[in-house]
Unconditional design. Structure first.
Length: 218
């Protein structure tokens, strides 16, 4: 989707360049022209602001690599991952797991972040759109790996808060909060970092994935 969007903007920009090349094509700044086209094509509507189109260094680097058709070089990827790792906010009270039932509802909820939503309406996690969560599901996305038996396969079979489970628990929290801390150009949304999910919601998703009682681990 992001690649198609980038191509669309490039086509629009190229059209504008062709139209204006009779004047002085050497003075045209493609990036600035594209940004102006975007600003002229969108408007604030409800809770959705044009500012959602703003990109950070990570987005820009990954989009450029995508358009170029080649992965980021290791040095750039590592630098971006380190920068994103620093943005992860760990549980304020040290507790990583919440309620798996609430987490299951969140994972199956794709609502939120549209101009028709209210600012105080909680967003869904939309996890099913990219992952299989439960073996009973008949419809799910495959952009991401299956999450069925996520905790069980990683040895979290007794107490998710035990020292033995600490590494996978912390990794899972970080991955949900900001996936680009572990893979610079990950397709996974930066749920916590971008404010899609709050701390309590991340806890509940964590419980869905790691609580031995969760249907994910049955």
């Amino acid at each position: 989707m992001e690649k198609q969007y980038k191509i669309m903007l490039s086509v629009l920009a190229a059209t504008a360049i062709v139209a204006g090349c009779a004047n002085d094509p050497g003075l045209i700044d493609l990036d600035k022209l594209t940004a102006n086209i975007v600003k002229a094509s969108f408007r604030d509507e409800g809770i959705v602001k044009v500012s959602v189109l703003d990109t950070d260094e990570t987005n820009r680097a990954c989009s450029a690599a995508d358009v170029a058709g080649k992965p980021l070089d290791d040095a750039t990827a590592n630098a971006l991952q380190e920068a994103n790792l620093k943005t992860i906010k760990w549980p304020s009270d040290g507790k990583f797991l919440g309620n798996w039932k609430a987490g299951e509802a969140l994972a199956q909820n794709g609502r939120g972040l549209t101009w028709t939503d209210k600012a105080d309406t909680p967003n869904g996690g939309n996890c099913y759109n990219c992952h299989q969560i439960d073996k009973k599901e008949i419809s799910f996305g495959t952009i991401g790996p299956s999450l069925y038996n996520y905790g069980k396969l990683r040895g979290v079979t007794d107490d998710p808060n035990s020292p033995a489970a600490k590494a996978i628990v912390e990794y899972t929290w970080g991955k949900i909060w900001n996936a680009k801390a572990y893979s610079a150009c990950s397709n996974m949304p930066r749920a916590g970092h971008m404010g899609i999910l709050n701390e309590a919601q991340v806890r509940d998703i964590m419980a869905l994935l790691l609580d031995p009682k969760s249907p994910v681990n049955q």
